[in-house]
Design a protein around this ligand. Sequence first.
Ligand SMILES: Nc1ncnc2c1ncn2[C@@H]1O[C@H](COP(=O)(O)OP(=O)(O)OP(=O)(O)O)[C@@H](O)[C@H]1O
Length: 308
Amino acid sequence: MLALATPPAAMAPSASSGPDTAPSSPPGTPFVQLDGVGLSYGGPQGLKALNNTNMAIEKGRFIAVVGPSGCGKSSLMKLVTGLQPPTQGSVSVNGAKVNGPLKIVGMAFQNPSLLPWRPLLSNVMLPLEIVQPHRSRLRANKAEYLAKARALLETVGLQEFETKFPWMLSGGMQQRANLCRSLIHDPDLLMLDEPFGALDAFTREELWGVLQEVWMERRFTCILVTHDLREAAYLADTIYVMSARPGTIIARHEVDLPRPRTVDTTFEPRFVDLVHTIRSEIAQVRNEAKKAAKAGATKAGTTEQKAS
Ligand SMILES: Nc1ncnc2c1ncn2[C@@H]1O[C@H](COP(=O)(O)OP(=O)(O)OP(=O)(O)O)[C@@H](O)[C@H]1O
């Protein structure tokens, strides 16, 4: 999972500088585009996390990114949200090159990180205190924003819990509230990094349904990073599969299963076949990476022996 040195409580919109609303992309231009993107931590000689990564995501699509552990999925999220600049290539969102943290993004991570001293409604409202233009409008339009927050809480079935504190609620309820918080400022782009990873299987499946419902209603562009291939196939229109580190896209699958999908969908042969195919692709890249690491270790050992 992501270990981000991100803005307050890795939850909501990134709030700092950067384009407020990027210019609208011309028709036919992808909403999110990665061209030959590479990322090395610690400079060019440092750890290479991503290599020649290309993606073109249309507006309103639900994308999932899967791949072996450590392949650079979270790094990809950081690049798209502008929290991390690429060391190679370019990232564009809504027709503008990403040069800093974007404001049109909502984010939710595995740990909901709701503020424990704030009741649920106030937690959901938090991004409005940070992100413009809502920040300037909030005081004068409080009733409108409260109605919006309550409507979101109702969508996820938390309308009766708005006065409760996060620590009074289950993990699933907290993650529902987290989803509301990431959507309160109507982001055009929602980035989800393993949002349901810490939940039990039943709650997770329940929240797939909740997220799908919210997305079908609002149709924001969504990028979901997950280890759970069933989650990817249930939620996404398109699944990108990444290689082992340095990560690059090795496969792309269109999920043409009708919506709304349900838990029953996950037992359909087409669904099972898709998950199986992706699982094999990831198993293969993991095996290749293990072999390469072993060969590297052997070579290093031989060189060391020769030197001594
Ligand atoms: N800030 C950082 N500095 C140095 N290396 C980093 C940093 N962030 C991530 N890495 C390394 O970059 C690689 C990719 O990390 P990243 O978190 O993007 O992978 P991931 O696919 O999201 O991992 P996981 O599946 O385990 O959540 C890993 O080897 C990781 O250790």
